[in-house]
Design a protein around this ligand. Structure first.
Ligand code: ZN
Length: 406
């Protein structure tokens, strides 16, 4: 590599080719050091050494101090806002593109939660389309906490799944929670069946994202679904499964039945949260339960009620998308987990669950040019989405369609 090429070369960031030289590559498997060529929005080539193409404008990146990972996927984001459990003043704000990409995330899945009155699936889809217009990969789920009927765009879940490209599944359907609509076993079975068939018709995952509450029943209704219906365990993605110990125990059982679970990453900079996360990881790895069956998500912009030590309600916090990169960073650096063990939880696993693995989630020629470059301390340095530079030196370099003026 020529000495004159600079580490950050934002001046030619609109070049049609980007060549990242000499980065430590996790596909998310450990692929050693090598070069990555992005062209036409996709990963064109990954080789130990790629010659610099001549006669075409190219953005050269000295990757020797960088670690390359697939762009992160966050499959549980309240992109259009959420909350409202403490009244209209506790409605949480919409997410902004800058926050997403600076968190190293290149794909989000938006959904609705408790509030399906002032938040609508139409509004959710519009928000998702906006993020996509700004250059992100963005999808949504139909539905909300309450069902039946499932809140949809077209009037039917099956129709949403078949006819709207951005709809990947249904959720988050609330189960075992005082905020749920107390769905019966039949309600759950029929909705899951519709998601499965709608998914087939639309060539989608048709995933059923289940918000697991703190209720007494825990996973019981889900275990019954697997036992008594013909719907495969892979159709379901229970989330928030790490919110309490007995729920997590059932989640491990669910994994052993072949299912995948989603862990909500509660702020890992809170020591109590981080030690819980470590314990959960150690338990999964200790049981030789494959982390292939685990995804991490942020629940960003959803409400996070806060309580004091006596359990009294203090107020509403808001989930933040930064927790994903922060969890990855701390689990690798402070807990010593190998990157290839933890990165799949935020890249290839969610891609597989969402049936997006032929588009993104791995560093493989032919897939989208979604790449996050970390420095050696696992801070996000550069982010490429569909081959386009979105973040440089940790900061967004994209102008959003709207900007907030002071
Ligand atoms: Zn939830």
């Amino acid at each position: 590599m020529e000495k004159s090429s600079r580490r950050f070369t934002s001046d030619n960031r609109h070049a049609p080719l980007t060549l990242i030289k000499g980065a430590r590559i996790f596909t998310p498997d450990d692929a050693g050091r090598g070069d990555i060529l992005l062209a036409g929005g996709v990963i064109a080539l990954i080789e130990p050494e790629i010659e610099i193409p001549r006669g075409i404008p190219i953005r050269l990146v000295d990757g020797r101090d960088f670690i390359a990972s697939p762009g992160l996927i966050d499959l549980h984001v309240h992109i259009a806002g959420g909350g409202g459990e403490g009244g209209p003043a506790t409605r949480t704000p919409e997410i902004r593109l800058t926050g997403i990409i600076e968190a190293g995330v290149t794909t989000v899945v938006g959904l609705l939660g408790t509030d399906d009155i002032s938040r609508t699936p139409d509004g959710l889809l519009a928000k998702s389309l906006g993020l996509e217009q700004d250059g992100l990969n963005s999808y949504i789920l139909s539905g909300s906490y309450a069902f039946p009927p499932v809140t949809t765009i077209t009037g039917a879940l099956k129709k949403d799944l078949m006819l709207i490209p951005h709809v990947l599944g249904v959720g988050e359907l609330a189960v075992s929670d005082h905020r749920s609509s107390e769905p019966t076993f039949e309600d759950l079975a029929k909705t899951a069946a519709e998601a499965r068939v709608g998914g087939m018709l639309g060539n989608k995952a048709g995933i059923v994202n289940l918000h697991m509450g703190e209720g007494r029943k825990g996973f019981d209704p889900i275990f019954r679904l697997i036992k008594e219906t013909d719907i495969p365990v892979t159709q379901f993605l229970p989330t928030h499964v790490n919110r309490k110990a007995d729920l997590f125990r059932q989640a491990v059982e669910f994994i052993q039945l072949g299912g995948t679970v989603d862990m909500t990453i509660f702020n890992p900079d809170d020591p109590a949260n981080f030690s819980k996360l470590i314990n959960a990881m150690d338990e999964l790895l200790g049981r030789e339960t494959s982390l292939r069956q685990v995804t991490f998500s942020s629940d960003a912009n959803g409400s996070m009620p806060k309580f004091d030590e006596n359990g009294a309600f203090l107020g509403m916090g808001v989930g933040c998308i930064n927790v994903l990169k922060r969890a990855v960073q701390r689990l690798i650096i402070e807990h010593g987990l190998p990157p290839e063990t933890i990165l799949p939880c935020v890249t290839s696993n969610p891609a597989r669950v969402l049936k997006l693995n032929d588009r993104t989630g791995s560093l493989k020629p032919g897939l989208a040019g979604d790449v996050t470059l970390f420095d050696n301390d696992w801070n996000v340095q550069q982010v490429y989405c569909r081959g386009k530079l979105m973040v440089d030196q940790g900061r967004s370099v994209v102008s959003e369609a709207i900007s907030i003026e002071n």
